[in-house]
Design a protein around this ligand. Structure first.
Ligand SMILES: Cc1ncc(C[n+]2csc(CCOP(=O)(O)OP(=O)(O)O)c2C)c(N)n1
Ligand SMILES: CC(=O)[C@@H](O)[C@H](O)COP(=O)(O)O
Ligand SMILES: [Mg+2]
Length: 633
């Protein structure tokens, strides 16, 4: 095995040229075998095997800096830097991350996870290198999908007057997670199909040069002219006109051609964009045929490509998909938006049925928010379905463009709370804080799948301002179906009313809270169980009433403490001088790594046992205090 000879970074330099295709094949087999067991981002990684090999041949690590946009395609880079063993525990708790991590390897120059950051970060490295008088190469690898993100263009704009080497690799496979969209994607397609006119270009060039007097001169003039005819001779004019040298397009599965192109790129004094054409899923037929499904996959059967586990129950995303589909027929002004996450957010059925009312804006969450604001101002009812952590990108737009004008945009905030194996960049643990601090914003979260459906319908019918509904990744809880009072604005739901202790849960933490209540009962304590429903506005009437009948209020949410639901309850209690003890159960003020959600909940003490223990400890402490006071009297 050639792969066995790769134990650490730069070992690839000792592999003979004619062994490189074998190495590529072995890496592909390794990836398919490992990811079929652990799950992970397969298709994007299969597409960049040769590209990564070529980069590792042409640059020296860790001195040179490779920055992987999103970072989901960095698996071959991990293999070539001696991390093969990590793949058995890929994306598992305590195991290797699925993204580049500076604390995992000195060869990972920059942490990524969210899209379109690589050119900005790379440019930062370049300027740091130059100011410090250092000497190394910086290579940012960005996909055609990630290039739809505005930040990538901001960075290109900024890089254009650079006078020293900065290599940007555009890995163009015509795919984001789904088919790539938008003007830049069409433009790249044109360059891609340049083959069609490369021949025309060659024969035209030949014909012009044959003109007896001055053919060569005409040719040179044509090359220099800024007219559209120049497109025929120089692909990538968009970049060239910005001051970025364009090289390519290059076959991204031909190591020799790639190496030659990198040698050219190294010579450029300034920013240079190397356009590389690859195939997503390359070398594993099921992934080539269904690159979207194999973008990020659960464990699967290598032979058939089918998932190992059958899905038995609806996810929250499935519920969203069904209700949107149903509401599309009832509400002609309903429009749906995604930022390149059509499948992940469940908008595909809506798209198929109501084509003209569906918008995929590319990986551009900030733009999507303002675009939604414009749609709402124009009289439509926009629903922006977006992952919680990606909506962080649109924070100012939510304030400036939506909430300040009180426009009725609905935010369907998927992947709220812990998401699991994607880890710290993708955990949706800040949303309750960053959304509920915004004036005019309404923030809801459902206890189960039935309530979720009701909330979507409620939000679509709500005309007074923006509404966010926050729900988690994975199977939708289908317990407590019979507890379904109509949604009333700003009102919580009292599921069980007792005395002494009240558990107030937010959204999907209801399931855990209900179990904790059962356990408390077994311990002889009857607790009330309240489903908050609204994080904002806070049901102050309920909190005040609970404070009268209970000695301990326990808030339970899967969100960081700061700015979360619990803090809002505390602040209210303090303001009203309520005579009640409040225990906030939240996530810590920290980033939470990858692992299964169950495992992570244990780790951060948001699981049933840990919560029960905390409640019992605090309650016992309170009893003790009372006993002490009585003793004093
Ligand atoms: C801000 C942000 N929005 C959405 C995503 C989800 N996402 C991850 S990869 C990806 C597609 C990237 O396409 P491309 O850059 O072309 O890489 P490919 O998978 O095709 O290699 C998307 C939308 C993300 N990581 N970050
Ligand atoms: C890399 C990335 O950002 C996405 O591919 C993400 O991993 C998708 O997550 P889900 O599996 O939750 O859809
Ligand atoms: Mg792509």
């Amino acid at each position: 095995m050639v792969l066995e000879r790769i134990q650490k970074e730069n070992d690839i330099q000792n592999i003979a040229k004619d062994e490189l295709p074998v190495l590529a094949q072995e890496i592909r087999e390794f990836l398919v075998e490992k990811i079929s067991r652990t799950g992970g981002h397969l298709a994007s990684n299969l597409g960049v095997v040769e590209l990564t090999i070529a980069m590792h041949l042409c640059f020296h690590l860790p001195e040179d800096k490779m920055i992987w946009d999103v970072g989901h395609q960095s698996y071959t880079h991990k293999i070539l830097t001696g991390r093969q063993e990590g793949f058995d525990e890929l994306r598992k708790y305590g195991g290797m991350s699925g993204f580049p991590k500076r604390n995992e390897s000195k060869c990972d120059a920059f942490n990524t996870g969210h899209s379109s950051t690589s050119i900005s970060a790379g440019l930062g490295y370049v300027e740091a290198r130059d100011i410090r008088g250092e000497d190394y190469y910086v290579i940012s690898v960005i996909g055609d999908g990630a290039l739809t993100g505005g930040m990538a263009f901001e960075a290109l704009n900024n890089a254009s007057n650079l006078k020293t080497n900065f290599i940007i690799v555009l890995n163009d496979n015509q795919m984001s997670i789904s088919q790539n969209v938008g003007g830049m994607s069409w433009y790249l397609d044109e360059i891609r199909t340049a083959d069609a006119y490369t021949n025309l270009k060659k024969s035209l060039e030949k014909a012009i040069r044959k003109i007896p007097s001055g053919g060569d001169q005409i040719m040179n003039h044509l090359r220099k002219t800024k007219s559209s005819i120049k497109q025929l001779f120089v692909p990538g004019m968009f970049f060239e006109d910005m001051g970025i040298t364009y090289l390519g397009p290059v076959d991204g599965h031909n190591i020799k051609e790639l190496v030659r192109a990198f040698h050219e790129a190294k010579k450029v004094q300034g920013p240079v964009l190397l356009h590389v054409l690859t195939k997503k899923g390359k070398g594993y037929l099921p992934a080539e045929e269904e690159p979207s499904r194999f973008h990020g996959t659960e464990p699967f059967d290598i032979r058939t490509g089918k998932p190992l586990k059958k899905k038995e129950k609806d996810t929250y995303t499935d519920v969203f998909a069904k209700v949107m589909y149903e509401m599309g027929a009832k509400e002609p002004s309903l429009v749906a938006l995604t930022a390149a996450m059509e499948d992940g957010t469940g908008l595909a059925p809506f798209h198929r049925k109501y084509k003209e009312r569906f918008f995929d804006v590319g990986i551009a969450e900030g733009h999507a928010v303002t675009f939604a604001a414009g749609l709402a101002a124009g009289g439509l009812k926009p629903v922006f379905a977006v992952y919680s952590s990606f909506l962080q990108r649109g924070f100012d737009q939510i304030i400036h463009d939506v909430a300040l004008q009180n426009l009725p945009v609905v935010f369907a905030v998927d992947r709220g709370g812990l998401v699991g194996s994607d880890g710290e960049t993708h955990q949706g643990i800040f949303d309750l804080s960053y959304l509920s601090m915004i004036p005019n914003m309404t923030v809801m979260s459902p206890k189960n799948k039935w309530e979720f459906a009701d909330m979507i319908r409620f939000a679509i019918g709500f005309t007074k301002g923006p509404v966010a509904i926050r729900y988690p990744r994975g199977t939708a809880y289908d317990g407590y179906r019979e507890f379904r009072p109509a949604i009333e604005y700003g009102k919580s739901e009292a599921v069980f009313e007792e005395e002494d202790i009240a558990l107030i849960s937010v959204g999907h933490m209801f399931e855990t809270a209900a179990k904790v209540r059962e356990k408390l009962k077994e311990a002889g304590l009857n607790a009330s169980l309240i489903n908050a429903r609204f994080v904002k506005p806070l049901d102050e009437e309920r909190i005040a009433k609970l404070a009268e009948d209970h000695r301990l209020l326990v808030t339970i949410e899967e969100n960081v403490e700061s700015g979360g639901f619990g803090e809002r309850v505390l602040e209210f209690a303090n303001r009203m001088a309520l005579d009640v003890r409040i225990l906030n159960i939240t996530l810590p003020d920290d980033y939470i790594e990858h692992g299964s959600v169950d495992m992570l909940r244990k780790e951060v003490m948001l699981d049933e046992e840990s919560i029960l223990k905390k409640v019992l400890t605090v309650y016992a402490g309170m009893q003790h205090e009372i006993a002490m006071k009585k003793g004093d009297q």
